[in-house]
Design a binder for this molecule. Structure first.
Ligand SMILES: C[S@@+](CC[C@H](N)C(=O)[O-])C[C@H]1O[C@@H](n2cnc3c(N)ncnc32)[C@H](O)[C@@H]1O
Length: 192
């Protein structure tokens, strides 16, 4: 794929091959709602999206985006840390979540001091694995270039590398060759 295509767009392209009408999905970092809206569009009115963010501003901005596109009815926005993901997602959806997106870091246009943190990110991605459908997918866009982002990215990489290749297909896409370049971790679960 063309290197100049953003990692977010690449994540969307990959997810397009996975998502079907009626699927249940999670946006673990809703931010300004671009990914939430993308997921809501793909799963349609019969599907559902759960979205998490620690910032009220992100919840409000995403709600307004969804309302203007008439997708508010099949999305639940949860104003909470994504490390509560397993508890917050109703048990009947555990094991059937088709896709979970993480786009880490800070809210673009918002307070850059409020960023995702290594411990809660790791807790959330570990729980996400258990929520996934047998053929589900997780995408994690990580930004080692900002303060705290380097350790967070390294910890994600360590977690990613220890996943069993028997059960998961892993792919790592770099936005450039720079050591601080954002990167996209893709984890595809499969049965055998
Ligand atoms: C890069 S933005 C997400 C962009 C978003 N997906 C979009 O399409 O606009 C990162 C978001 O993660 C949120 N965030 C940071 N730590 C979080 C946490 N522990 N739980 C949930 N959201 C968190 C931030 O508040 C911010 O809104």
């Amino acid at each position: 794929m063309n290197k100049r295509v953003s990692l977010t767009t690449q994540a969307h392209h990959i997810l397009l091959n996975y998502l079907n009408t009626g699927d249940i999905t999670i946006d673990a970092t809703v931010g300004n709602g671009h990914d939430t809206l993308f997921l809501a569009r793909q799963v349609g009115k019969q599907g559902f999206v759960f979205g998490f963010d620690v910032q009220q501003q992100a919840i409000i901005s995403t709600k307004s985006r969804l309302q203007s596109e008439d997708f508010i009815d099949n999305v639940e926005l949860i104003h909470a840390c994504h490390s509560t993901i397993e508890h917050a997602i109703p048990p009947q959806y555990h094991g059937i979540i088709k896709a979970i997106m993480f786009n880490l870091g800070y809210l673009p246009g918002g307070d850059k001091r409020i960023i995702s943190k290594t411990d809660s990110t790791l807790a959330a991605i570990q729980q996400s694995i258990t929520l996934l459908a047998p053929t589900g997918i997780i995408t994690i866009t990580a930004y080692p270039g900002h303060s705290g982002g380097e350790l967070e990215t390294e910890i994600i990489k360590q977690w990613f590398e220890q996943l069993s290749p028997k059960h998961y297909t892993r792919q790592l896409i770099y936005s450039s060759e720079k050591i601080t370049a954002p990167r996209l971790f893709i984890i595809k679960k499969h049965l055998s």
